[in-house]
Design a protein around this ligand. Structure first.
Ligand SMILES: [Zn+2]
Length: 417
């Protein structure tokens, strides 16, 4: 299995780089030609390939425990690769076509076939918020990235549950536990980045006017798909203790002490669990409340087909506020991980009131409503005697932050008067 894994990886890497030497660019949409179920069916993937092209950035195709393991990596050329090489390299012969241009147009006319889908660096922008299409990503697989990352997160949970025993054998370094733990946690980061693209997302099509089965350049992601993505982010990142680990596991995250390695430059030997969890759980907040994403959510309201209830900024702000402040609403103690999520939320929302030029005005209005709603609830809650000392201190801190953000606005208005 190990040999097969390494061999498949080397084949896929070499094929990708040879593709570049032949003039091919990246195709980050190619890995969406199969459904997630088809990826685990090696009969399908041997016939169609794991992806439409070797020019995508494809992660390892790992099957969940109960399912058969198909190919680990993409080892065959995909339909897109054959097509684009034909366009670039097919010698012109007069028998078939009257001119070379006619031949090239005939090859190019297949461009709207689903297996030839294409999106490159200028579509994807390295998974940044400038990329709008949830199917055009680095390091994903399948036609439904939400389903794909739900599977990956379940696998990460299986890994967490198997640690530390699974990572180390007698005589081995405990650093292996840290490596496996960090890799599994990394799946959460990747999932947040990619699934958040559904929110304010648009499916893109690069065909020209008059092509066979021509489509419009942009189709907003249907509101229901945006809601499903938001539910995924809330459930896996934002609710109470979406991620939590036993002290036994945390104390097993050993470290290498090699003088020439990266580990020797660390400022602490133990694993900074709060920092690591905060990076993961707050990642959706930075994506959702990015000014470019919010502008697209607002614009998509005008682009959604009539008869469908659009996914609105108001719905987004309310859903996130309710998830992040669930404990406050239900009168239960927030954990220390959750306090970090609430602080990041407060930083992002209050910053919107102070950097008006960055975010659309509707978003500022909604951020102000969030601040005043939470300020009022926190004020009422300040006499709650059941809360622990740290929860009281945290809520008072948050109350001060929301109150101050609302007051800053008043101060500025006074200055302008
Ligand atoms: Zn490349």
């Amino acid at each position: 299995m190990k040999q097969r894994y390494i061999k498949e990886y080397v084949i896929s890497l070499v094929a990708h780089e040879v593709g570049h030497t032949l003039g091919l660019r990246h195709n980050f949409k190619a890995s969406s030609i199969n459904t997630v179920a088809e990826l685990h069916d090696s009969n399908t993937t041997r016939r169609k390939g794991l992806s439409g092209s070797v020019m995508d950035y494809q992660p390892v195709n790992l099957s969940p425990k109960a399912m058969p393991q198909g190919e680990f990596y993409h080892t065959e050329l995909g339909p897109y690769d054959y097509w684009v090489i034909e366009y670039a390299y097919k010698p012109f012969e007069k028998k078939e076509y009257s001119s070379e241009e006619e031949m090239l147009l005939a090859i190019a006319s297949k461009n709207t076939r689903p297996e030839l889908r294409y999106g490159t660096d200028e579509d994807c922008f390295g998974n940044s918020v400038s990329g709008v299409d949830p199917l055009c990503n680095l390091f994903d697989y399948g036609s439904n990235p939400i389903e794909y990352y739900a599977e990956r997160i379940n696998m990460a949970k299986e890994i967490f549950a198997s640690l530390p025993e699974k990572a180390i054998k007698k005589g081995e370094n405990f650093n292996r536990v840290r490596v496996m733990f960090s890799r599994a946690l990394g799946q959460y980061n990747q999932g947040a980045t990619i699934v958040a693209k559904y929110i304010g997302g648009l499916y893109t099509h690069r065909n020209h006017a008059g092509d066979n089965n021509q489509t419009v350049p942009f189709t907003p992601v249907p509101p229901q798909e945006q809601r499903t993505a938001l539910e995924f982010l809330i459930k896996n990142y934002l609710v109470t203790d979406a991620l939590t680990f036993s002290p036994v596991l945390l104390n097993n995250l050993g470290i290498n002490r090699l003088s020439d390695g990266e580990d020797s430059r660390r400022d602490r030997l133990d694993f900074g669990i709060h920092d690591a969890i905060r990076n993961v759980t707050t990642s959706p907040l930075y994506r959702i409340y990015n000014p470019t994403v919010l502008a697209r959510v607002r614009d998509n309201e005008m682009k959604t087909v009539t008869g469908t209830q659009p996914f609105t900024q108001q719905e987004l702000f309310e859903s996130v506020r309710n998830a992040v402040w669930e404990e406050l609403m239900k009168n239960i103690e927030p954990s220390s991980y959750k306090r970090d999520v609430q602080r990041t939320y407060a930083d992002i929302i209050t910053a919107m009131l102070e950097t008006k030029s960055m975010v659309n005005r509707d978003a500022i209005a909604l951020a102000r409503l969030d601040c005043s709603t939470l300020r009022d609830i926190l004020k009422k809650n300040s006499t709650n005697k059941k809360l622990s000392g740290i929860s009281k201190a945290h809520y008072e801190d948050m109350l001060a932050q929301f109150t101050s953000a609302l007051d800053t606005k008043k101060d500025k208005e006074k200055q302008n008067d």
